[in-house]
Write a protein that binds this ligand. Structure first.
Ligand SMILES: C[S@@+](CC[C@H](N)C(=O)[O-])C[C@H]1O[C@@H](n2cnc3c(N)ncnc32)[C@H](O)[C@@H]1O
Length: 224
């Protein structure tokens, strides 16, 4: 499947209705580990790649941070604002990206392909909240995704990551399995990688008919 076909599939999932990964509340793990993500600092500049229609972005803004999301589905990107009762300013950045912004520029969402985002468009960021994002990227694009995220992060940047872990031979993604070992092989040269929590994903395991499935919260801190 080509990259544009994969992106079309994601957009079709949004067009078909509310996708099953979407939750109608702020992520509890983000709330639990917010101090790790921000280093306990106020006014952080936070990137949320592949953000869907997540309520996490507005919550982060309400905590005093400035947030940039990136999402291929225009409906999901604009939905972040309508869910919050906001009327965003909309600007065409280039042929690949449209910018939605509100809250005096502290809430921005680029509608477009994350793999088309570069440091001349946004950043640098203090931290990244990667919720089901790395695990949504096809393996062929992983290296590019990792490089882009790294290029957007400040030298002392931090990444908090939520991802599923299972035996990849039992099912093709997305979500793709993101184990600690896979993270070390893809990000280990640049980041220290700690698994903060790993929990049996009881419901998802049933849905995907897997012998075992966990979700893991990893924390990546820059080695430089
Ligand atoms: C598994 S969902 C996770 C969404 C969100 N992080 C959450 O947890 O609610 C992955 C999201 O990434 C979007 N997406 C997939 N590939 C993308 C890409 N290359 N650039 C931007 N968005 C993408 C999809 O449309 C989808 O909303």
């Amino acid at each position: 499947m080509t990259s544009s076909e994969i992106l079309q599939q994601w957009q079709d999932k949004w067009t078909a209705g509310e996708p099953r990964w979407h939750i109608n509340h702020v992520d509890t793990h983000l709330q639990k580990y917010i101090d790790q993500l921000t280093g306990g600092n106020s006014g952080q500049h936070i990137l949320v790649p592949l953000c869907g229609r997540s309520l996490d972005l507005k919550w982060l803004v309400d905590q005093g941070h400035s947030v940039v999301g990136v999402e291929i589905s225009t409906g999901a990107a604009s939905g972040i604002f309508s869910d919050a009762g906001l009327s965003p300013k909309v600007t065409l950045v280039n042929s690949n990206l449209t910018l939605y912004e509100a809250c005096e520029g502290r809430l921005k969402v680029f509608a477009g392909d994350m793999l088309c985002v570069s440091s001349d468009i946004c950043g640098p960021f203090d931290c990244i909240w990667d919720k089901n994002s790395f695990g949504a990227i096809s393996p062929a694009d992983r290296e590019r995704y990792v490089d882009i995220c790294h290029s957007l992060l400040k030298p002392q940047g931090r990444i908090l990551m939520f991802a599923y872990v299972y035996n990849q031979s039992e099912r093709n993604g997305p979500p793709f399995s993101i184990s600690t070992d896979l993270l070390k092989s893809t990000n280990g040269e640049r980041y220290n990688i700690d698994c903060l929590e790993s929990v049996d994903a009881v419901e998802k395991k049933k849905i995907f008919q897997l012998s075992s499935m966990e979700y893991a919260i990893h924390f990546l801190t820059s080695k430089m």
